[in-house]
Design a protein around this ligand. Sequence first.
Ligand SMILES: C[S@@+](CC[C@H](N)C(=O)[O-])C[C@H]1O[C@@H](n2cnc3c(N)ncnc32)[C@H](O)[C@@H]1O
Length: 366
Amino acid sequence: MRAMAGAMAGAAAMASPLRGRVRGAKALALAERARHRASASSSSSSSSSSSSSASDAAAAATADGAASWERFYRVHSGKDASSSSSSSSSAPRAASVRAFKDRHYLRREFADLMPASVLADPSAWVPPLTPSSLPPPETSSEDHKVILELGCGVGNSAFPLMRANLNLFVHACDCSPTAIASLVANPEYDARRCHAFVADLSEEDAPLRGVIGDASVDAVTGVFFFSALDAATFRRVVGECRRALKPGGVVLFRDYSVDDVKNGGRARGTRGKGGKGGTRGGGEGEGEGGDGDAGGLDLTPGENIGGDAWVRPDGTLAVFTDETAVTEAFHSAGFTGECWTVTHEVVNRKLGVTIVRSFLQGRFVK
Ligand SMILES: C[S@@+](CC[C@H](N)C(=O)[O-])C[C@H]1O[C@@H](n2cnc3c(N)ncnc32)[C@H](O)[C@@H]1O
């Protein structure tokens, strides 16, 4: 049976007293303990104790997510990793950070945000933004929408969306000051179209209140963001989405699916020789902190901490999300809508295999 303990279904158990207190590296220690307990016994009392230990590990990794992700972006900005263990030790680097690929496929996948001209041919190239020569967004246009992008990183989702709809306005937040500094330093950054700010959404005292008004945005987007949260935090953020959205507004997200090969251990979901070709689709999630083991066919992201939750070697959390549990979390917060699984094939020429990736995509309406 697929254990749900590490993912969304264990929400109640994850409201642990350790939440917010157990920090950083302890996540990996807790993960180790959970793993030992899980393998030591198959009795129901032991499995419930290992499940709460796994929950504690997920909560600890979420609580330390801001520090772990800041370290991740500093490393990817070329800053010496060893001098970056404390996120407050020096100012964030406003350098270009290349951690992920631009997610141009969102033109097709987040259709709610696109003008008719883009929907007619979502694969057509759109030019980069040129703040010095572009007119301001037309707030009276029917394409004008205000978006809140959660966990925006350096803008690999936000910029492609803003390019494709010149009438969008994006509030983009992330817990990493280095990521936000890099986004703002991007030559495409235009304060008329984007407001980027640092916010740690794992904090319990409504980190977006005072920045994002009630019922003020048309859409909330999250691209490989929700997987960074343990179940209790996930539910709290869903509540925050509801607060921020206008009636009829939508949450659009894409994230890891429980069915993904990276959640399944050695070589599941791979086949044969890849032959010619390259990566198809967006390359979602590729290149994340220490994700995968390119030297063999162990594609898992790091240390399994129970169920479908993993802690990567850099301390960041990856929860592979479950369609039923995610839908339940949104519906119980008062949303309607659904999520579904999408797959695409990635040809890994080095390993000579074709890897089938599975992602979860969702559209929930307030
Ligand atoms: C896999 S990256 C995806 C970045 C971006 N959405 C994209 O499309 O490339 C996950 C992002 O979520 C951010 N994140 C993780 N936990 C967060 C938290 N508690 N609050 C705010 N942002 C968070 C990380 O800093 C990181 O930028």
